[in-house]
Design a protein around this ligand. Structure first.
Ligand code: COA
Length: 373
C-alpha cells in the first residue's frame, strides 16, 4: 500500500487575544445589567437572576487562560457580546477562506511546495461560513490550486477525519498531495452570554499538507495508522441550520449557538477516547513506551490529563502531552493540530506520537505518526 506522510503543518493566529479577566468583566457587566433590567421579574420569581462568572473557576475547570479572536471589541461589549465580522461582497475573499489561506500558505512554505504541487483541498471545520460554494473551493481558487476541493464537517474531529480522508485519496491514487485546512472561527458560534460556556472557545486556522511519502520532504511525519469513530450524542449540539431561518425562535435563539452538557461530555468522552486509542495501539502493536508524545484535542486540561494517564499508564508531563489551552482555549478541530505544530520540532527521526481529536457527534479521530529522517 502507498505510504502517506504529513509533510508540514501551518498556523494562523489572530492578532487579538482576550484574557479571562477581560472576558469575565464583560460577562459580569452584562449579567448585572440583565439583573437590573429584570429586577421586578426576578423579585417575583418569574426570571432567574444571572450569577457572575469567575476567572478562578474558568482556569480550574478548563485550564484556559486566554483565547485569540478575530474581533475582541464586539465580544467584550456587554451590549453586543459576539464578534462583529461585517459581511463582505461576493467579489472579496470571505473571512473564513482568508484565514484558511494564511494557514495553508504557512504549511506550503514549510514543505517547500507551491500551489502547482497540490492536487486537492479539503476544508475540514466545525462551521462553514455559508452553504455554497464550498469554502474549500474558494481556498483552492485563492491559492491557485488545480484539481478538486470540498468541505467536510465532523465538529472537533474535522481535522483528523480530514487527514484520514486525504490519506485515503492518496492511497487510492486519486491525489499525491492534499491540503487539509481547518479555519475555526469558534467565537461565531459561542454564546458569550452563557456563564457555563462563555470562556470555552477561541479563533484560529491550521493547515496540514498530506502527501505520498515518497515525495514528502525530509523531516516529515509518516502516518502509521488512523482510526475514526462516531457515536451519536445530543450532549454537544448547535441547531443552527438552513431550515430554521423562518422558525419563530429563528436565528439568534440560544439553541442556534453552541450548547453542551459539559459534565456528561467529560464523563462519556474520556473512556470512549482512551479505549479507542488503546485499541488502535494494540492493532499497530504499539506500547505506551513507544509513544514519545501525545498531541491531544484541546478542550479541557483535566480531560487531557485523564486520557493521557489511561494511555500512558502514568501521569503525563507537559512534554508527554503538551497543552495550548492556556493561550488558545478550545479551537475545535484545530486544537490538536496547533499542539502538534508548536511541539514537534524537538523530536528525532524514529520518534512516534499520536494526534487525537474528540468532540461533538460524538466523534473521535486518531492519527499515529512517526518522524522520518
Ligand atoms: N464561573 C463561575 N462558576 C461557574 C461558571 C463560571 N463561568 N460556570 C459554571 N459555574 C459553576 C456552576 O454553576 C456550578 O456551581 P454549583 O456547584 O454551585 O452548581 C459549578 O461551577 C460547577 O459547574 P460545572 O458545569 O459542573 O463545572 P465542570 O467542573 O463540569 O466544568 C466544563 C465545566 C465545561 C469546563 C467541563 O465540564 C468540561 O470541560 N467538559 C467537557 C467539555 C468539552 O470537552 N466539550 C467539548 C466542546 S467541543
Amino acid at each position: 500500500m502507498t505510504s502517506v506522510a504529513i509533510s508540514a503543518t501551518g498556523l494562523f493566529t489572530p492578532e487579538q487575544s482576550i484574557s479571562n479577566a477581560e472576558l469575565v468583566t464583560a460577562f459580569n457587566a452584562y449579567a448585572a445589567k440583565f439583573n437590573a433590567d429584570n429586577a421586578s421579574a426576578i423579585e417575583a420569581g418569574v426570571v432567574t437572576a444571572l450569577q457572575p462568572s469567575s476567572v478562578e473557576f474558568i482556569e480550574k475547570a478548563s485550564g484556559i487562560k486566554a483565547r485569540y479572536v478575530l474581533d475582541k471589541a464586539g465580544v467584550l461589549d456587554p451590549d453586543i457580546m459576539c464578534p462583529r465580522l461585517p459581511e463582505r461582497p461576493n467579489d472579496q475573499i470571505s473571512v473564513m477562506a482568508e484565514i484558511g489561506v494564511k494557514a495553508a500558505q504557512d504549511a506550503l512554505a514549510r514543505a517547500g511546495r507551491t500551489a502547482r504541487d497540490v492536487d486537492a483541498v479539503l476544508c475540514a471545520a466545525s462551521n462553514m461560513q455559508r452553504a455554497y460554494p464550498a469554502m474549500a473551493i474558494e481556498i483552492q481558487e485563492a491559492l491557485g490550486i488545480e484539481g478538486f476541493a470540498f468541505d467536510m464537517n465532523v465538529a472537533c474531529s474535522s481535522a483528523t477525519f480530514g487527514i484520514q480522508t486525504a490519506a485515503d485519496f492518496i492511497r487510492a491514487g486519486h491525489a499525491r498531495s492534499v491540503l487539509v485546512v481547518n479555519p475555526e472561527i469558534c467565537s461565531g458560534h459561542l454564546n458569550f452570554r452563557d456563564r457555563d460556556s462563555h470562556f470555552i472557545f477561541g479563533d484560529v486556522a491550521t493547515a496540514v499538507l498530506v502527501e505520498r511519502a515518497d515525495i514528502a520532504p525530509a523531516g516529515s511525519w509518516m502516518i502509521l495508522g488512523t482510526k475514526l469513530k462516531t457515536v451519536f450524542s445530543n450532549n454537544i449540539r448547535n441547531n443552527f441550520g438552513f431550515l430554521n431561518r423562518t422558525a419563530p425562535e429563528g436565528v439568534g435563539a440560544t439553541d442556534k449557538l453552541f450548547v453542551q452538557e459539559g459534565r456528561k461530555v467529560f464523563k462519556e468522552v474520556v473512556p470512549m477516547v482512551a479505549d479507542m486509542i488503546l485499541g488502535q495501539m494494540a492493532e499497530l502493536n504499539l506500547k505506551a513506551g513507544d509513544l514519545r508524545r501525545l498531541w491531544l484535542h484541546q478542550a479541557n486540561a483535566n480531560m487531557n490529563r485523564l486520557i493521557s494517564q489511561r494511555v500512558l499508564g502514568r501521569e503525563a508531563t507537559e512534554d508527554d502531552s503538551p497543552t495550548v489551552l492556556d493561550t488558545y482555549a478550545n479551537t475545535s478541530s484545530a486544537g490538536s493540530i496547533i499542539a502538534f505544530h508548536l511541539n514537534n520540532g524537538d523530536l528525532s527521526a524514529g520518534d512516534r506520537g499520536l494526534i487525537c481529536s474528540f468532540g461533538a457527534g460524538y466523534s473521535a479521530g486518531c492519527v499515529f505518526v512517526s518522524k522520518a529522517s
